[in-house]
Design a protein around this ligand. Structure first.
Ligand SMILES: [Zn+2]
Length: 91
């Protein structure tokens, strides 16, 4: 009967390990306890233009000129104008 108990214990441990692994894959961002904040728009401080994050011009912005915004209003209030190519907030 001792063997059966050991097997049950192993099974239980495996379930716990698999369970915690599943939790990690579902919510990897909660690992460091920080709230998820993904910028929706990227501004360039040298041209004062802001873009959607998927705009091709985002790649041309130098890291030191890169400004992140979470709404169109935030970017407009900061004095940025929307990009004519990707039209952030245009639709
Ligand atoms: Zn753009």
């Amino acid at each position: 009967m001792r063997v059966t108990n050991t097997l049950l214990l192993l099974l239980l441990l495996t379930c716990l390990l698999l369970g915690s692994f599943a939790c990690r894959t579902v919510a990897p961002d909660s690992e460091n306890g920080e709230p998820r904040q993904q910028a929706k728009y990227i501004g360039c401080s040298s041209t004062m233009v802001f873009h959607r994050t998927d705009c091709r011009y985002c790649d041309t912005i130098k890291p030191e000129n890169r400004v992140e915004f979470f709404s169109v209003e935030e970017a407009l209030n900061a004095g940025y104008r929307p990009c004519k190519a990707c039209k952030p907030g245009g639709d």
